[in-house]
Design a protein around this ligand. Structure first.
Ligand SMILES: Cc1cc2nc3c(=O)[nH]c(=O)nc-3n(C[C@H](O)[C@H](O)[C@H](O)COP(=O)(O)O)c2cc1C
Length: 363
């Protein structure tokens, strides 16, 4: 009979025995460059790649493979898949297992309509029977760690328990739960009570995900959910020190306070890290604005930095704006949580046509 629990242990965290931290997978964000920048300020225990698309013609995307093959962070990277066809999922997982992955992760959460209409990502949450087939297949071909990242439902949570039971039946090794339904997208309240329920129902460790905005919030989310750790996405773009701060808070010590001068240094580092041969300056500046949309939420309570930053048309303009807002009073605090009402734009809840991208997702 198949063993009840996984044969493979999760990689030890940076603080053995302590709560885990993970950088959430984010399309167009969690690439090799960004992971390197995050690791510079304090790596999470685990990284996840943005999703590899799986379909008849798919081959693992080269730029995503780089975040595995050239990973110099010292921390393990799980490779995330999105798809529904058993044969193609098996083929892709097998290919990815030839790389230095910590494990294979299945996306059961992407809320972009074009994605869920193909019955992949969050769309699969409507079809527990299909999820059962996919989990069974992937479990049978992944000898090491097999993990799942899910939302709590599609339109409602009526399938939640059934899917959690499938997670148990197929001996998933780690479950990340974003405490919203697909239809709730990114801005509703996070239903931590459902994450707590998952923690009680599944046998594997659970990472709590959704609006973990600060180290203090991470501590409170762990308290209310009983989760083994937290997974953090947008707030790590805003504050790349967050994983180090989480470890400080978990240890009960003081949490490093950041100032605007630190943020100026982060912007510079991110700019240099995301520079790529042949990337035109304006495109690079526009790419930076997507990260800075999140950063700006903690710079000033009026959104003045965001207002100015969005108008930059060149590298020189962008850095002049950064200097004005971040270096005039560099010892001013960088708020640990976003200022109320300062929203990362674009300010709509309609993800781009083909996935979860920075163009489309607000904080
Ligand atoms: C720009 C962006 C891209 C995302 N791409 C992915 C993805 O590729 N795979 C995935 O499972 N979730 C993806 N997500 C969802 C995040 O992993 C996470 O579940 C969500 O942002 C909630 O966590 P947070 O409040 O800490 O940001 C994405 C989110 C954002 C903001």
């Amino acid at each position: 009979m198949a063993p009840e629990v996984s044969r493979t242990r999760l990689p030890a965290g940076l603080v053995p025995g302590g709560p885990l931290t993970a950088l959430a997978p984010m399309q167009d964000v969690t690439d090799l460059a960004f992971m390197g920048v995050i690791a510079h300020y304090g790596a999470p225990d685990y990284f996840f790649t943005e999703f590899f698309r799986v379909h008849a013609q798919s081959k693992p995307e080269k730029h995503i493979l780089r975040s595995i093959d050239e990973n110099a962070t010292g921390r393990p990277v799980f490779a995330q898949l999105i798809g529904e066809d058993l044969g193609h999922l098996a083929r892709t997982a097998t290919e990815l297992l030839r790389h230095n992955v910590a494990g294979i992760d299945l996306n059961l959460g992407c809320p972009a309509p074009k994605v869920y209409k193909k019955n992949v990502g969050g769309g699969l949450l409507r079809e527990p029977a299909k999820i059962g087939e996919i989990l069974g297949l992937l479990r049978s071909i992944v000898p090491g760690l097999f993990t799942v990242k899910m939302r709590i439902g599609f339109e409602d949570t009526s399938n939640f328990d059934r899917i959690l039971d499938l997670v148990n039946a197929h001996r998933v090794d780690l479950l990340s739960v974003h405490g919203r339904t697909v239809k709730e997208m990114y801005r509703s309240e996070v239903h931590y009570d459902f994450i707590a329920h998952a923690v009680r129902r599944v046998r594997c460790p659970v990472l709590a995900n959704g609006n973990v905005v600060s180290a203090a919030r991470a501590v409170s989310v762990l308290g209310t959910t009983g989760a083994a750790g937290v997974m953090i996405g947008r707030h790590a773009i805003r504050n790349p020190w967050i994983f180090r701060q989480c470890r400080e808070a978990f240890a009960g010590g003081p949490v490093t306070a950041l100032v605007l001068g630190d943020v100026r240094e982060y912007v510079e580092r991110l700019y240099r890290a995301t520079q790529a041969p042949g990337l035109p300056e304006l495109l690079h500046v526009n790419k930076m604005k997507k990260y800075l949309n999140f950063v700006g939420q903690s710079v000033d309570p009026t959104g003045a930095f965001l207002h100015d930053m969005r108008r930059a048309q060149s590298e020189a303009e962008l850095f002049a704006i950064c200097d004005r807002h971040l270096l005039r009073e560099p010892a001013q605090p960088f708020a640990p949580e976003p200022y109320a009402g300062v929203i990362a734009r674009p300010n709509c809840e309609t993800p781009s046509a083909d996935g979860c991208s920075l163009e489309s997702i607000t904080a």
